[in-house]
Design a protein around this ligand. Sequence first.
Ligand SMILES: C[S@@+](CC[C@H](N)C(=O)[O-])C[C@H]1O[C@@H](n2cnc3c(N)ncnc32)[C@H](O)[C@@H]1O
Length: 213
Amino acid sequence: MSMVPSRNTTENSRLGASLGLFWRRWISDPKGIGAVAPSSPGLARRMAREAVLREGEVVVELGPGTGTVTQALIKAGIPEDRLILVELDPEMHAFLVGKFPRALVLQGDAAELDEILPPRFRGRVSAVVSSLPLLSIPMKIRRRIADAVFRVLAPGGRLIQFTYSPFSPLRNAVPELKSERTGFAAFNIPPATIWRYTSGGGDGKARPRLSAS
Ligand SMILES: C[S@@+](CC[C@H](N)C(=O)[O-])C[C@H]1O[C@@H](n2cnc3c(N)ncnc32)[C@H](O)[C@@H]1O
């Protein structure tokens, strides 16, 4: 009998570790985690499909949690070393550092993205992919997050966000953004809608009138 663990055994133990971490953090901060389960593979795949990476640029992920969407991004062809993950929770952050050793994994608040992102990447971000629990975040902070995101996005860049509401979670906070509903993950718990936000100009020149702070 082989003493080498099978691929299935290794994958199952990784999945167990992710779920254990997710639920432990959810019990200690349900609002901050904002979901009762990690994103489903279907939702992660639909999010990743929207994350276009352009020459010389990077993709930023906000609130990666246990890394389900990160994994889908890599599977969709985004090289791990062109991914920047921003996670607020210290335990999730440490987990992600171990799971994605070639990605740049930052611990911090998405509302301060433009400050915590190393200067060499500012304006060189093709897409920001967000699992942030916007529905439990006050409007003022949602606006600050969008401001920070559009300050680092490259011209023509996009913000991808999922939500459990049938409505856009940024429609009142940042009404000048162009929003498009791009997908629906019926088997996620709970079902989730995916939104794509752009500055509206297409060429990236017509930036939304975002506040200075
Ligand atoms: C819905 S969960 C992540 C789901 C993730 N796709 C997964 O499958 O594990 C939301 C994540 O956003 C993180 N988060 C919440 N507020 C944040 C903020 N202001 N900045 C960065 N991360 C934040 C939480 O710690 C949590 O890991």
